[in-house]
Design a protein around this ligand. Structure first.
Ligand code: AMP
Ligand code: ZN
Length: 148
């Protein structure tokens, strides 16, 4: 059960009626699925950033990594590993970005946890590295003291 008011809260597990990924998991809307295990499915993104762009989606609905149980999150990333292995062995992909958008402000359009695996090749022109910004030492230390 979710533990409201703790660091890890939120509803998780039950299918959400209007969730497109819950429907893909249930098979009520189609997808280009090529991977499935007990906890996740992997299918091609409908608007791929690159050939082989895949989404790994837990079968159980939760929105944010902090909402999932340790087991749900572990199994999601085991699925990511296995799908990346499939992309390497079948498509020859040797470089990837693995992205998880978390929350609307971070670009999460679909509120069902999912991991993007985006194959990369030399000169593909994609830029996903975060910008370098400067922050003063006291501000860094204040953040650190809150986190410890
Ligand atoms: P995000 O912005 O991280 O929530 O990413 C959502 C992703 O889901 C986008 O890359 C969409 O192209 C993809 N997407 C949305 N609907 C479908 C669908 N029916 N089948 C496959 N991918 C989808
Ligand atoms: Zn869902």
């Amino acid at each position: 059960m979710p533990r409201k008011g703790t660091e890890n809260e939120g509803d998780r597990g039950n299918p959400v009626p209007d969730c497109i990924f819950c429907k893909i998991v249930a098979g009520t809307i189609p997808s280009r699925k090529f991977y499935e295990d007990d906890a996740v499915i992997g299918f091609l993104d409908i608007n791929p950033a690159a050939p082989g762009h895949t989404l790994v989606v837990p079968k159980q609905h939760f929105k944010l990594i902090v909402d999932g149980t340790e087991e749900q999150v572990q199994k999601a990333f085991i699925g990511v590993r296995n799908v990346a292995g499939r992309l390497r062995s079948k498509l020859g992909c040797n470089a990837f970005n693995i992205l998880v958008n978390q929350g609307r402000e971070a670009g999460q359009a679909i509120e069902h946890f999912h991991v993007h695996i985006i194959p990369r090749v030399e000169g593909d022109g994609m830029r996903v590295n975060p910008p370098d910004r400067k922050m003063k030492d006291p501000e860094m230390d204040q953040i650190l003291s809150k986190l410890r």
